[in-house]
Structures are given as C-alpha cells and as structure tokens.
Design a protein around this ligand. Structure first.
Ligand code: GUN
Length: 292
C-alpha cells in the first residue's frame, strides 16, 4: 500500500510570480515619476536577521525599488534609532520602512515600531495598522500572514466556512493570521503552549498553520487527512540543518497540501513586503485614487 503524499505549496515559485507582478507595476509607477522606495533597518549582528535583511534588500532591488539599508551596531541607543526612523518618515522618496526584529537586548522594539509612520509601516505592526486589521478596515497587513493567505488563494484553497487552527499567538504571525482568516469567514482557533490536547485541536484543522518556533512540534498523525499545512517555523538544528515547526515527512503523508521549509512561507514574506511597499508608493503617488 502506498501512502498519499501532499501536493507542495511552493512558496518560492508563487513568490516569484508575485514579485514579477510587483516589478511590472513598480516600473510603471517609476516611469510616471515615483520609484517605490523601501528602507530596511538592521540593528546588531544576529546572523539570521542578517540573512533576512540581505534577502529583502536583494528582492527589493530586483523589483526595481529604490532601497536604503541602514546597518547599525548593537550598541546603538534607543534615541538614535528613533531619530533614524523619524528621518525615514520625513523622506518622501521612501514609501516603506522595515525595522528587522528582534532588536538587540536593551532596545524597546515596541517604542521603535510606534515611531514608524503608519502609511509607511509595510510590516503592518503599528497600533494603527493592527487596529485596522481588527476592525476590518483597509490598512497594511503583516507580511508573513498575508503571504500565507496569498499562497492559499493562488492554489485555490478556500477558507470560507472551514476550520482553521493557528498554533502560535505572536503579533507577527499567529494573531494577524487568525484575523485574516476570520476576515475570510473561516472558523478560527488559536492554539498555544498552554493548549490542552494540541494533537486533538490540530486534528480538526482543514487549514493548519504552525508558527511557534519549536522544531517539528506538529507531528504527522495530528494532521487531518487532506488538510492544508502551512509551516511558518524556520529552526536551525545543532547539525546545521533547517527544519520547520511541522514534522514534514509524516505530515506530508496525510496532508492534501504542505509548505516545505525552506521554500514555503519564507519567500512569501518577502513578496508581501514588496507588495505592501508598492501599495504605499501607489497611494503616495495618487492618494485620492488609491483609497479603496
Ligand atoms: N523578524 C522575523 N520576521 C520578521 C518580519 O516579518 N518583520 C520584521 N520586521 N522582522 C521580522
């Protein structure tokens, strides 16, 4: 007897499609006199953050954006970072500002994020944009959960009326994904470290999102046959290999769809960062027309 194997939700290929679409619109906007501009701020020398920032910088250049990347030492003060953000807010050539998280110990990330102009908050993390999401109003949405929704949409995977379980309750992924799925009329459960019988909760998911940062936490037998499994985790094991929050091989034997790690959700985060920046630039170029 051969086991069924899930179809792969290929984030790399889907991201390439989105990025090509963004580039086309960015070039059109640039020809009309407004090149989309993105500022990326990296503080300190966290190796994973350095890789993420390099990838974001490269993707933004490839999309035809103007990019300003600021790399600051870990010893930078709170006041210096806030002054830098204020300068980026005031620069009309920049339409998106991303401060890579986490910040080094001793810096208050919440206060830094609060300094970002909500119109340029392409990470969707300011209180203004979080409130817009909660209230179902237009606003910039966080890139990783928006990328998960885009991946589902582009593979024809419905959310309306379906059971969605999100494992993880972070501000960056778990909570906003739950709200985005709710906006699409899914029935949503947020599970977390204190959830009792996580296996049973995961087992009712038609769409299961794992976003806790614990290697292979979600086990194969927990997956409902035919479910779509999105793995947001990227965990480096002591042997140097990368694994997600889902135990991939056994989960893929039960799931209908599954994202690989790497090459699943990660590339979609970058695609949505570019899409958000483009949207901000389009609004800046034609504020009245882009209000819808
Ligand atoms: N660190 C990990 N993911 C993200 C993200 O989506 N945005 C920012 N700013 N930092 C991150």
């Amino acid at each position: 007897m051969s086991a069924a194997v899930a179809r792969v939700l290929d984030g790399k290929a889907t991201s390439a499609l989105v990025r090509a679409e963004v580039r086309e619109r960015a070039l059109r906007l640039a020809a009309a006199g407004c090149t989309p501009g993105l500022a990326v701020v990296l503080v300190g020398d966290d190796p994973a953050s350095q890789v993420y920032v390099r990838n974001k910088d490269k993707a933004a250049h490839e999309a035809g954006f103007h990019v300003r990347t600021a790399r600051l030492p870990a010893a930078t003060s709170q006041a210096e970072i806030e002054a830098l953000v204020a300068g980026l807010n005031a620069d009309p050539s920049l339409h998106g500002i991303l401060v890579q998280l986490p910040l080094p110990a001793g810096l208050d990330a919440e206060r830094v994020v609060a300094c970002i102009d909500p119109a340029k908050d392409v990470d969707g993390l300011t209180a203004t944009n979080v409130a817009a999401l909660v209230m179902g109003r237009p606003g910039l949405r966080p890139c990783t959960p928006a990328g998960c929704i885009e991946l589902l949409d582009r593979h024809g995977i419905e959310l309306e009326g379906r059971e969605v379980v999100v494992v993880g309750r972070s501000l960056l992924v778990g909570k906003p994904f739950a709200l985005l799925a709710l906006e699409r009329h899914a029935t949503v459960t947020i599970a977390h470290s204190r959830t009792r019988d996580l296996a049973a909760v995961c087992g009712r998911a038609d769409v299961l999102v794992a976003a806790v940062g614990r290697p292979r936490l979600v086990q194969g037998p927990w997956v409902k046959p035919g479910a779509a499994v999105l793995d947001v985790g990227i965990n480096r094991l002591p042997d140097g290999s990368l694994v997600g929050d889902v135990d991939y091989a056994p989960a893929a034997e039960r799931a209908g769809w599954i994202t690989p790690v790497p090459g699943g959700v990660g590339p979609m985060t970058i695609a949505m960062l570019l899409a958000n920046t483009l949207r901000s630039a389009e609004r800046a170029a034609a504020p009245a027309a882009a209000r819808s």
